[in-house]
Design a protein around this ligand. Sequence first.
Ligand code: TRP
Length: 431
Amino acid sequence: MNSVRVLTGIKPSGTPHLGNYVGAIRPTVRASRQSGVNSFLFLADYHALITTQDPTRLQRSTLEIAATWIACGLDPERVTFYRQSDIPEIPELTWFLACVCGKGLLNRAHAYKAMLDKNAAAGNEPDDGVSTGLFIYPVLMAADILMFNAHQVPVGRDQVQHIEMARDMASSFNHLYGDYFTLPEAVIEESVATLPGLDGRKMSKSYDNVIPLFAPPDQLRKLIMGIVTDSKAPGEAKSTEGSALFQIYQAFATPEETAAMALAYADGISWGDAKQKLFERIDGEVAPMRATYDELMAHPDRVEDLLQVGAAKARAVATPFAARVRHAAGFRALQAQLAEKKAPVDKTTLPAFKQYRESDGLFYFKLTDARGRLLLQSQGFEAPKQAGQAIARLKAEGYAACMDLHAQAQGAAGVSSTEIEAALQALRNAE
Ligand code: TRP
């Protein structure tokens, strides 16, 4: 019930390679299997539209990426796995957030500034090639995150600024309309394994040095045979240091297998044999996933069905929440106007503070729930005004924010701080 909501978006672009698998897919799938985590994972296809305007390619990438994640063990039963464009509440929320997001904030976005710099260097107009979609990318991303009130957003370093912007928009909205959005935290994957590519540099599409994750076995072997090595002959001891081959092996092998490979290096294993071992190791892990992937690619309707189930799960959260947000901002049925003015609050259903004086001459207060059960008991104050101030702070700031008051007001036995928070919240809402 009190699980952490973790949310991540995947831009469907390009064919996934071993670097994506080791650095992002495998760790994310593992993390999504932990208990106590409520995981939201989605295909950010609206974001992809900013760079891909080829409809066939967008559709194909979406299918490929969805099939890849499922093949790699993502369990759509445990995780809410959906496609951004199936949730119409997201673009709707984008507009609400756009209206509380200063343009200056977006001007400062790294990705946008990089475009400005590039244009300046090329002697172009500052905004040359910048679509409005690219400019408001961070607003759409904020909507993705805030729609589900995510606590944590695991991202790479380059995305941290976007999470900060989402917090900014959430705060602005909350300040105007009330406490609707959770402020998300970026979780930076410090230890993300980067895999070297065929040429020894980081495996990346832009270096053209990748090994596709689901390359057929003969192509996989051929690519692996092309990984750069030095020219040491068979029988000569080889160094694991700086060996791309060794690093890739390590990313797929157990510590024992890795230690054995290090020994083989020292013993002068031939590069051909080492590459064969690497091929076998990778193929061992990838082959079952490849079979699932090929199966899904041959049956796109199955992938579509899974995404539809995911969309229904996501919308079960998004639709009612979006309705609250619309209402908060004043998008209401017109006849609701009067009723909305102030619904009378039935005081007997609310928690209550009571102030009183004891025979010791000191002034006390207590908080009881609607049925009169004691939630919080204060210590004695010299003056009634002090007790009143303590109550005002608890009401305004909540129990957790008033740590310094704890010595003077303590939760009653068997009462959790969450219960006290909820009671204070109920009082606040009723005001
Ligand atoms: N911008 C992210 C990327 O390029 C993808 C993304 C879109 C995302 N919406 C998100 C990531 C929401 C996390 C949360 O990788």
